[in-house]
Design a protein around this ligand. Sequence first.
Ligand code: RNT
Ligand code: ZN
Length: 409
Amino acid sequence: MYETARKKYQAWGIDTEQAIKKCGDIPVSLHCWQGDDVMGFEQGSGGASGGIQTTGNYPGRARNGKELMADLEFAYSLIPGKKRLNLHAIYAISDTPVERDAIEPRHFDPWLEWAARRGIDLDFNPTLFSHPRASDGLTLSHPDKAVRDFWIRHVKACRRIAAYLGEKQGTPCLNNIWIPDGLKNPPADRLTPRIRLRDSLDEIFLVKYDKRHIIDAAESKVFGIGLESYTVGSSEFYLGYAATRGINVLLDSGHFHPTELVSDKIPAMLAFFEKVPLHVTRAVRWDSDHVVLFEDETKEIACEIIRNKAEDRVLIGLDYFDASINRIAAWVTGTRNMQKALLNALLIPHDDLKALQDAGNFTKLLVMQEELKTLPLGAVWEEYLARQGIAAGWYAAVEQYERDVLQKR
Ligand code: RNT
Ligand code: ZN
Protein backbone atom coordinates (compact mmCIF):
# COMPACT_ATOMS: atom_id res chain seq x y z
CA MET A 1 0.00 0.00 0.00
CA TYR A 2 2.86 2.37 0.79
CA GLU A 3 4.43 1.76 -2.63
CA THR A 4 1.18 2.64 -4.38
CA ALA A 5 0.79 5.72 -2.19
CA ARG A 6 4.39 6.80 -2.87
CA LYS A 7 3.71 6.71 -6.62
CA LYS A 8 0.44 8.61 -6.29
CA TYR A 9 2.18 11.39 -4.39
CA GLN A 10 5.10 11.32 -6.82
CA ALA A 11 2.69 12.13 -9.62
CA TRP A 12 2.00 15.37 -7.74
CA GLY A 13 5.72 16.02 -7.40
CA ILE A 14 5.79 15.04 -3.73
CA ASP A 15 8.53 12.92 -2.20
CA THR A 16 6.96 10.80 0.55
CA GLU A 17 10.40 9.67 1.75
CA GLN A 18 11.38 13.25 2.48
CA ALA A 19 8.07 13.93 4.21
CA ILE A 20 8.47 10.88 6.44
CA LYS A 21 11.97 11.93 7.43
CA LYS A 22 11.01 15.52 8.14
CA CYS A 23 7.94 14.60 10.17
CA GLY A 24 10.04 12.73 12.70
CA ASP A 25 12.24 15.78 13.29
CA ILE A 26 9.54 18.30 14.27
CA PRO A 27 9.21 18.42 18.06
CA VAL A 28 5.82 18.39 19.76
CA SER A 29 5.76 19.35 23.44
CA LEU A 30 3.43 17.10 25.46
CA HIS A 31 1.70 18.76 28.39
CA CYS A 32 2.32 16.79 31.59
CA TRP A 33 -1.01 17.96 33.04
CA GLN A 34 -3.21 15.63 30.95
CA GLY A 35 -1.94 12.80 33.16
CA ASP A 36 -3.31 14.08 36.47
CA ASP A 37 -6.12 16.54 35.64
CA VAL A 38 -3.85 19.57 36.33
CA MET A 39 -3.60 18.61 40.02
CA GLY A 40 0.17 18.85 40.50
CA PHE A 41 2.08 17.59 43.52
CA GLU A 42 1.36 20.28 46.10
CA GLN A 43 -0.07 18.99 49.36
CA GLY A 44 -3.80 19.41 49.71
CA SER A 45 -4.22 20.25 46.04
CA GLY A 46 -7.91 20.32 45.26
CA GLY A 47 -7.54 20.32 41.49
CA ALA A 48 -7.64 23.03 38.87
CA SER A 49 -9.41 26.24 39.81
CA GLY A 50 -9.21 29.83 38.64
CA GLY A 51 -10.56 30.17 35.14
CA ILE A 52 -10.00 26.54 34.18
CA GLN A 53 -11.68 23.30 35.15
CA THR A 54 -11.23 19.60 34.51
CA THR A 55 -14.33 17.45 34.22
CA GLY A 56 -14.67 13.68 34.38
CA ASN A 57 -13.68 11.00 36.87
CA TYR A 58 -12.13 8.26 34.76
CA PRO A 59 -10.12 5.97 37.05
CA GLY A 60 -6.33 5.88 37.13
CA ARG A 61 -5.21 9.49 37.53
CA ALA A 62 -1.47 9.79 38.27
CA ARG A 63 -1.18 10.82 41.94
CA ASN A 64 2.52 11.53 42.25
CA GLY A 65 5.74 11.99 40.30
CA LYS A 66 6.44 8.31 40.06
CA GLU A 67 3.05 7.51 38.54
CA LEU A 68 3.09 10.51 36.22
CA MET A 69 6.54 9.60 34.92
CA ALA A 70 5.49 5.98 34.40
CA ASP A 71 2.36 7.03 32.49
CA LEU A 72 4.32 9.50 30.38
CA GLU A 73 6.92 6.88 29.60
CA PHE A 74 4.21 4.53 28.40
CA ALA A 75 2.45 7.26 26.37
CA TYR A 76 5.74 8.30 24.76
CA SER A 77 6.35 4.71 23.66
CA LEU A 78 3.18 4.92 21.56
CA ILE A 79 3.98 8.25 19.94
CA PRO A 80 6.38 8.60 17.01
CA GLY A 81 8.79 11.43 16.29
CA LYS A 82 10.55 14.03 18.39
CA LYS A 83 8.90 14.85 21.68
CA ARG A 84 9.37 17.42 24.42
CA LEU A 85 7.70 17.62 27.83
CA ASN A 86 5.87 20.68 29.10
CA LEU A 87 5.89 21.07 32.90
CA HIS A 88 4.05 23.41 35.25
CA ALA A 89 5.47 24.85 38.48
CA ILE A 90 3.04 22.73 40.55
CA TYR A 91 4.97 19.64 39.44
CA ALA A 92 7.95 20.59 41.61
CA ILE A 93 9.33 17.53 43.38
CA SER A 94 10.12 18.08 47.05
CA ASP A 95 9.93 16.09 50.30
CA THR A 96 8.74 19.13 52.23
CA PRO A 97 6.08 21.63 51.06
CA VAL A 98 7.52 24.62 49.15
CA GLU A 99 5.55 27.81 48.53
CA ARG A 100 5.18 28.89 44.91
CA ASP A 101 7.45 31.90 45.38
CA ALA A 102 10.20 29.71 46.85
CA ILE A 103 10.56 26.99 44.21
CA GLU A 104 14.06 26.45 42.92
CA PRO A 105 15.76 24.77 39.98
CA ARG A 106 16.71 21.80 42.18
CA HIS A 107 13.03 20.91 42.58
CA PHE A 108 13.06 20.03 38.91
CA ASP A 109 16.28 18.04 38.83
CA PRO A 110 14.39 14.73 38.99
CA TRP A 111 12.45 15.76 35.87
CA LEU A 112 15.61 16.89 34.15
CA GLU A 113 17.30 13.56 34.84
CA TRP A 114 14.24 11.60 33.79
CA ALA A 115 13.93 13.55 30.53
CA ALA A 116 17.64 13.56 29.69
CA ARG A 117 17.77 9.76 29.85
CA ARG A 118 15.01 9.66 27.24
CA GLY A 119 16.35 12.36 24.95
CA ILE A 120 13.49 14.70 25.84
CA ASP A 121 13.83 18.44 26.46
CA LEU A 122 11.61 20.39 28.80
CA ASP A 123 9.34 23.43 28.61
CA PHE A 124 7.91 25.27 31.59
CA ASN A 125 4.95 27.28 32.93
CA PRO A 126 4.48 29.29 36.10
CA THR A 127 1.26 28.25 37.87
CA LEU A 128 -0.86 31.29 38.76
CA PHE A 129 -4.08 29.42 39.55
CA SER A 130 -5.33 26.69 41.94
CA HIS A 131 -3.97 28.64 44.93
CA PRO A 132 -5.44 30.58 47.91
CA ARG A 133 -3.75 33.76 46.67
CA ALA A 134 -5.52 33.42 43.32
CA SER A 135 -8.91 32.47 44.77
CA ASP A 136 -10.54 35.75 43.68
CA GLY A 137 -9.33 35.22 40.12
CA LEU A 138 -6.67 37.93 40.26
CA THR A 139 -2.88 37.56 40.40
CA LEU A 140 -0.42 39.87 38.63
CA SER A 141 -3.14 42.52 38.18
CA HIS A 142 -4.45 42.31 41.76
CA PRO A 143 -5.25 45.67 43.43
CA ASP A 144 -3.37 44.47 46.54
CA LYS A 145 0.37 44.99 46.04
CA ALA A 146 1.23 42.17 48.45
CA VAL A 147 -0.66 39.69 46.25
CA ARG A 148 0.95 41.05 43.09
CA ASP A 149 4.39 40.84 44.67
CA PHE A 150 3.83 37.22 45.65
CA TRP A 151 3.02 36.29 42.06
CA ILE A 152 5.87 38.42 40.71
CA ARG A 153 8.23 36.43 42.93
CA HIS A 154 6.66 33.21 41.65
CA VAL A 155 7.12 34.07 37.98
CA LYS A 156 10.66 35.25 38.64
CA ALA A 157 11.41 31.92 40.32
CA CYS A 158 9.93 30.14 37.30
CA ARG A 159 11.99 32.07 34.79
CA ARG A 160 15.07 31.15 36.76
CA ILE A 161 14.05 27.49 36.65
CA ALA A 162 13.29 27.62 32.92
CA ALA A 163 16.64 29.24 32.15
CA TYR A 164 18.33 26.57 34.25
CA LEU A 165 16.53 23.76 32.41
CA GLY A 166 17.35 25.32 29.05
CA GLU A 167 21.00 25.64 29.89
CA LYS A 168 21.24 22.05 31.15
CA GLN A 169 19.42 20.49 28.21
CA GLY A 170 21.06 22.61 25.53
CA THR A 171 17.85 23.80 23.85
CA PRO A 172 15.84 26.82 24.97
CA CYS A 173 13.07 26.14 27.47
CA LEU A 174 9.80 27.91 26.70
CA ASN A 175 8.51 29.71 29.79
CA ASN A 176 4.86 30.53 29.17
CA ILE A 177 2.90 32.83 31.46
CA TRP A 178 -0.85 32.41 31.60
CA ILE A 179 -2.86 34.14 34.30
CA PRO A 180 -6.60 33.76 34.96
CA ASP A 181 -7.14 37.43 35.92
CA GLY A 182 -10.61 38.60 35.06
CA LEU A 183 -14.12 39.32 36.29
CA LYS A 184 -17.37 37.40 36.26
CA ASN A 185 -19.56 40.49 35.98
CA PRO A 186 -19.17 43.76 34.04
CA PRO A 187 -16.11 45.73 35.20
CA ALA A 188 -16.10 49.33 36.39
CA ASP A 189 -12.51 49.76 35.28
CA ARG A 190 -10.86 47.87 32.46
CA LEU A 191 -7.71 49.94 32.21
CA THR A 192 -6.20 50.02 35.70
CA PRO A 193 -5.87 46.22 36.06
CA ARG A 194 -4.11 46.16 32.68
CA ILE A 195 -1.70 48.88 33.77
CA ARG A 196 -0.97 46.86 36.90
CA LEU A 197 -0.39 43.72 34.82
CA ARG A 198 1.93 45.65 32.49
CA ASP A 199 3.94 46.93 35.43
CA SER A 200 4.11 43.50 37.11
CA LEU A 201 5.42 41.99 33.88
CA ASP A 202 7.93 44.81 33.49
CA GLU A 203 9.29 44.01 36.92
CA ILE A 204 9.44 40.29 36.08
CA PHE A 205 11.37 40.91 32.86
CA LEU A 206 13.91 43.20 34.50
CA VAL A 207 15.88 40.02 35.05
CA LYS A 208 17.68 39.11 31.82
CA TYR A 209 18.58 35.60 30.75
CA ASP A 210 20.45 34.21 27.78
CA LYS A 211 18.00 33.70 24.90
CA ARG A 212 19.70 30.41 24.13
CA HIS A 213 18.31 29.09 27.43
CA ILE A 214 14.84 30.60 27.75
CA ILE A 215 12.07 31.77 25.43
CA ASP A 216 9.69 34.09 27.27
CA ALA A 217 6.04 34.09 26.27
CA ALA A 218 2.63 35.15 27.55
CA GLU A 219 -0.69 33.53 26.62
CA SER A 220 -3.84 35.55 26.01
CA LYS A 221 -7.39 34.36 26.52
CA VAL A 222 -10.83 35.60 25.58
CA PHE A 223 -12.42 34.55 28.90
CA GLY A 224 -12.14 32.05 31.73
CA ILE A 225 -14.67 29.88 33.53
CA GLY A 226 -16.21 32.04 36.27
CA LEU A 227 -14.49 35.07 34.74
CA GLU A 228 -16.69 35.55 31.71
CA SER A 229 -17.06 39.31 31.47
CA TYR A 230 -13.51 40.59 31.38
CA THR A 231 -10.00 39.22 30.87
CA VAL A 232 -7.07 41.42 31.84
CA GLY A 233 -4.58 39.49 29.67
CA SER A 234 -6.49 39.81 26.41
CA SER A 235 -5.05 39.28 22.94
CA GLU A 236 -4.47 42.99 22.24
CA PHE A 237 -2.89 43.46 25.65
CA TYR A 238 -0.24 40.81 25.16
CA LEU A 239 0.33 41.64 21.51
CA GLY A 240 1.17 45.19 22.50
CA TYR A 241 3.20 44.03 25.46
CA ALA A 242 5.23 41.46 23.54
CA ALA A 243 5.88 43.73 20.56
CA THR A 244 7.19 46.54 22.75
CA ARG A 245 9.11 44.37 25.24
CA GLY A 246 10.72 41.78 22.98
CA ILE A 247 8.93 38.69 24.32
CA ASN A 248 6.58 36.33 22.46
CA VAL A 249 2.84 35.69 22.45
CA LEU A 250 1.62 32.14 22.84
CA LEU A 251 -1.47 31.33 20.79
CA ASP A 252 -3.85 28.80 22.38
CA SER A 253 -6.31 27.57 19.77
CA GLY A 254 -9.09 27.54 22.37
CA HIS A 255 -8.64 31.14 23.51
CA PHE A 256 -10.34 33.14 20.78
CA HIS A 257 -13.83 33.84 19.58
CA PRO A 258 -15.22 30.76 17.80
CA THR A 259 -14.80 32.12 14.28
CA GLU A 260 -11.25 33.36 14.86
CA LEU A 261 -8.64 30.86 13.75
CA VAL A 262 -5.15 30.38 15.11
CA SER A 263 -4.10 29.02 11.70
CA ASP A 264 -4.66 32.54 10.32
CA LYS A 265 -2.90 34.18 13.27
CA ILE A 266 0.31 32.16 12.87
CA PRO A 267 1.45 33.86 9.63
CA ALA A 268 0.41 37.26 11.00
CA MET A 269 2.70 36.67 13.98
CA LEU A 270 5.50 35.29 11.79
CA ALA A 271 5.66 38.68 10.06
CA PHE A 272 6.76 40.29 13.35
CA PHE A 273 7.95 37.74 15.90
CA GLU A 274 10.89 35.36 15.78
CA LYS A 275 9.06 32.64 17.72
CA VAL A 276 5.38 31.70 17.74
CA PRO A 277 4.61 29.27 20.56
CA LEU A 278 1.33 27.34 20.37
CA HIS A 279 -1.07 25.51 22.62
CA VAL A 280 -2.88 23.29 20.18
CA THR A 281 -6.18 22.25 21.70
CA ARG A 282 -9.82 21.89 20.67
CA ALA A 283 -12.40 24.44 21.68
CA VAL A 284 -15.97 23.24 22.07
CA ARG A 285 -18.60 25.99 22.30
CA TRP A 286 -17.46 28.07 25.29
CA ASP A 287 -14.11 26.63 26.32
CA SER A 288 -10.96 24.92 25.15
CA ASP A 289 -9.04 21.96 26.46
CA HIS A 290 -10.55 19.03 24.55
CA VAL A 291 -8.35 16.33 22.96
CA VAL A 292 -6.92 17.47 19.62
CA LEU A 293 -8.63 15.76 16.68
CA PHE A 294 -7.51 15.27 13.09
CA GLU A 295 -9.81 17.97 11.80
CA ASP A 296 -9.67 20.95 9.49
CA GLU A 297 -8.19 23.51 11.91
CA THR A 298 -5.49 21.12 13.16
CA LYS A 299 -4.54 20.44 9.53
CA GLU A 300 -4.53 24.14 8.68
CA ILE A 301 -2.31 24.98 11.68
CA ALA A 302 0.17 22.35 10.45
CA CYS A 303 -0.03 23.75 6.90
CA GLU A 304 0.82 27.26 8.10
CA ILE A 305 3.91 25.88 9.83
CA ILE A 306 5.09 23.80 6.88
CA ARG A 307 4.19 26.07 3.97
CA ASN A 308 6.03 28.95 5.65
CA LYS A 309 9.02 26.75 6.47
CA ALA A 310 8.57 27.82 10.08
CA GLU A 311 9.27 24.48 11.82
CA ASP A 312 12.01 26.14 13.86
CA ARG A 313 9.99 29.23 14.71
CA VAL A 314 6.59 27.83 15.62
CA LEU A 315 6.89 25.92 18.89
CA ILE A 316 4.22 23.25 18.93
CA GLY A 317 2.80 22.47 22.35
CA LEU A 318 -0.46 20.81 23.33
CA ASP A 319 -2.93 21.87 26.01
CA TYR A 320 -5.97 19.85 26.96
CA PHE A 321 -7.14 17.92 30.00
CA ASP A 322 -9.84 15.33 29.55
CA ALA A 323 -10.60 13.34 32.69
CA SER A 324 -13.59 11.54 31.16
CA ILE A 325 -11.54 9.05 29.13
CA ASN A 326 -8.34 7.05 29.58
CA ARG A 327 -5.73 9.79 30.07
CA ILE A 328 -2.99 7.95 28.20
CA ALA A 329 -5.27 7.43 25.21
CA ALA A 330 -6.01 11.16 25.38
CA TRP A 331 -2.31 12.05 25.28
CA VAL A 332 -1.54 9.61 22.47
CA THR A 333 -4.56 10.50 20.34
CA GLY A 334 -4.05 14.26 20.55
CA THR A 335 -0.31 14.15 19.95
CA ARG A 336 -0.59 11.75 17.05
CA ASN A 337 -3.29 13.89 15.48
CA MET A 338 -0.98 16.90 15.58
CA GLN A 339 1.77 14.80 14.01
CA LYS A 340 -0.59 13.34 11.41
CA ALA A 341 -1.55 16.90 10.50
CA LEU A 342 2.14 17.73 10.09
CA LEU A 343 2.66 14.72 7.83
CA ASN A 344 -0.39 15.73 5.83
CA ALA A 345 1.04 19.24 5.46
CA LEU A 346 4.39 17.82 4.36
CA LEU A 347 2.58 15.93 1.58
CA ILE A 348 1.10 19.01 -0.07
CA PRO A 349 2.87 20.74 -2.99
CA HIS A 350 2.77 24.15 -1.32
CA ASP A 351 5.04 25.90 -3.80
CA ASP A 352 2.84 24.87 -6.74
CA LEU A 353 -0.27 26.07 -4.92
CA LYS A 354 1.36 29.38 -3.99
CA ALA A 355 2.34 29.89 -7.64
CA LEU A 356 -1.28 29.35 -8.72
CA GLN A 357 -2.43 31.95 -6.18
CA ASP A 358 0.12 34.49 -7.40
CA ALA A 359 -0.76 33.79 -11.02
CA GLY A 360 -4.40 34.45 -10.20
CA ASN A 361 -5.38 30.96 -11.34
CA PHE A 362 -7.93 30.54 -8.59
CA THR A 363 -9.95 27.86 -10.41
CA LYS A 364 -7.03 25.46 -10.70
CA LEU A 365 -5.95 26.30 -7.15
CA LEU A 366 -9.35 25.35 -5.75
CA VAL A 367 -9.54 22.19 -7.86
CA MET A 368 -6.06 21.06 -6.79
CA GLN A 369 -6.67 21.83 -3.12
CA GLU A 370 -9.74 19.61 -3.20
CA GLU A 371 -8.10 16.79 -5.22
CA LEU A 372 -5.24 16.63 -2.73
CA LYS A 373 -7.61 15.92 0.13
CA THR A 374 -8.21 12.33 -0.95
CA LEU A 375 -4.63 11.23 -1.60
CA PRO A 376 -3.66 8.12 0.44
CA LEU A 377 -2.29 9.81 3.56
CA GLY A 378 -3.17 6.79 5.71
CA ALA A 379 -0.72 4.51 3.92
CA VAL A 380 2.13 7.00 4.36
CA TRP A 381 1.23 7.52 8.04
CA GLU A 382 1.32 3.75 8.66
CA GLU A 383 4.70 3.52 6.95
CA TYR A 384 5.95 6.40 9.09
CA LEU A 385 4.82 4.66 12.31
CA ALA A 386 6.44 1.38 11.24
CA ARG A 387 9.73 3.11 10.53
CA GLN A 388 9.56 4.82 13.91
CA GLY A 389 9.21 1.40 15.50
CA ILE A 390 5.66 2.04 16.69
CA ALA A 391 3.54 -1.10 16.64
CA ALA A 392 0.13 -1.07 15.00
CA GLY A 393 -2.92 -1.51 17.23
CA TRP A 394 -1.61 0.69 20.04
CA TYR A 395 -4.95 0.89 21.81
CA ALA A 396 -4.79 -2.77 22.89
CA ALA A 397 -1.60 -1.88 24.78
CA VAL A 398 -3.45 0.98 26.51
CA GLU A 399 -6.23 -1.39 27.55
CA GLN A 400 -3.64 -3.77 28.95
CA TYR A 401 -1.93 -0.94 30.87
CA GLU A 402 -5.28 0.12 32.23
CA ARG A 403 -5.91 -3.37 33.58
CA ASP A 404 -2.38 -3.89 34.92
CA VAL A 405 -1.58 -0.44 36.29
CA LEU A 406 -4.34 2.19 36.24
CA GLN A 407 -7.14 0.10 37.75
CA LYS A 408 -4.92 -0.76 40.71
CA ARG A 409 -4.52 2.87 41.75
C1 RNT B 1 -5.69 28.13 30.42
C2 RNT B 1 -4.49 28.13 29.55
C3 RNT B 1 -3.28 27.50 30.17
C4 RNT B 1 -3.58 26.24 30.93
C5 RNT B 1 -2.36 25.43 31.27
C6 RNT B 1 -2.63 24.41 32.31
O1 RNT B 1 -6.81 28.57 29.80
O2 RNT B 1 -4.78 27.53 28.34
O3 RNT B 1 -2.33 27.30 29.19
O4 RNT B 1 -4.45 25.41 30.25
O5 RNT B 1 -1.32 26.25 31.60
ZN1 ZN C 1 -3.17 27.10 27.00
